[in-house]
Design a protein around this ligand. Structure first.
Ligand SMILES: Nc1ncnc2c1ncn2[C@@H]1O[C@H](COP(=O)(O)OP(=O)(O)OP(=O)(O)O)[C@@H](O)[C@H]1O
Length: 253
């Protein structure tokens, strides 16, 4: 398989604050990986660098094998990459769900816009929402609509930032199946180990030092208490089982 994303010795700073330290990451076409890490570890920043919303201060980023140096992002790149933010409100700017989904189709010069919107709405089971304002929707519905408005233009790389945070159990189940059936590259950031375990066999873990501390098999990660603790993905708290109180590490499955 060809490589789609490659970052070598990548550093990113917000002003003077380091947010990504010496990132090395290679992702192959059609691969799905989960990016794990606690709050502030740098997951969102890394996704934004991959989407070219931010640019590395140091290091190299290659997309489809080609180094990307210039800060000007071409429409061709934008049409190949879709990013779903943690807070979908930040992405909504059209008056109706229909317009939201149609927007990028028009932007990228697709034909049969109407047919494509209807088709994706059926696939995502959101036809009833088409005439509504996206701002009236629940958090989980908004995530679904924004995901539809990305998938409709058929990107090659899908970047998802905490996609299940606002989803109820049924929608989360739907999302896990959606990723399972997905035929493009996907990088999914989450701090939910239970969801991560369902989504991918490859886990990339970032720690509080904004570094990648693990890149490998998901099953192996689940057994690796040292990495899970270092990345703050498990915690310890007291349990009350009737009269017996004890304490142990938790995965929260
Ligand atoms: N716009 C910003 N300006 C300055 N610092 C920022 C900005 N966004 C993030 N940071 C800092 O960069 C670091 C990485 O943040 P980032 O949002 O990438 O983490 P994250 O792993 O996605 O966290 P979360 O799970 O809470 O979304 C943090 O220390 C954060 O405080």
């Amino acid at each position: 398989m060809n490589e789609i994303v490659s970052i070598k010795n990548g550093y990113f700073y917000y002003e003077d604050n380091l947010a990504l330290e010496n990132i090395n990451l290679e992702v192959k076409e059609k691969e799905k990986l989960v990016l794990l890490g606690n709050n502030g570890s740098g997951k969102s920043t890394l996704l934004r660098v991959i989407a070219r919303l931010y640019f590395l201060n140091r290091g190299e980023y290659r997309f489809e094998g080609k180094p990307l140096k210039k800060r000007k992002v071409k429409k061709e790149f934008r049409s190949k990459v879709g990013i779903l933010f943690q807070n979908p409100d930040a992405m909504i700017f059209n008056p109706t769900v229909y317009d939201e989904i149609a927007f990028s189709l028009k932007e990228f010069g697709f034909d049969n816009v109407d047919d494509r919107v209807i088709e994706i709405a059926k696939e995502f089971n959101i036809e009833k929402l088409l005439k509504k304002s996206p701002l009236e929707l629940s958090g989980g519905e908004k995530q679904k609509v924004m995901l539809a408005s990305i998938m409709v233009y058929e990107p090659k790389l899908l970047l998802l930032d905490e996609p299940t945070a606002a989803m109820d159990p049924r929608t989360t189940g739907w999302f896990i199946d959606f990723i399972y059936d997905l035929d493009i590259t996907a990088i999914i950031a989450t701090h939910d180990l239970a969801v991560a375990y369902e989504l991918s066999d490859r886990a990339v873990v970032m720690d509080e030092g904004h570094k990648i501390v693990y890149d490998g098999d998901m099953e192996e990660l689940m057994k690796n208490l040292d990495v899970l603790l270092q990345a703050n993905l498990i915690h310890k708290h007291r349990h009350r089982h009737k009269k017996f109180i004890h304490s142990h590490y938790h995965l929260h499955f």
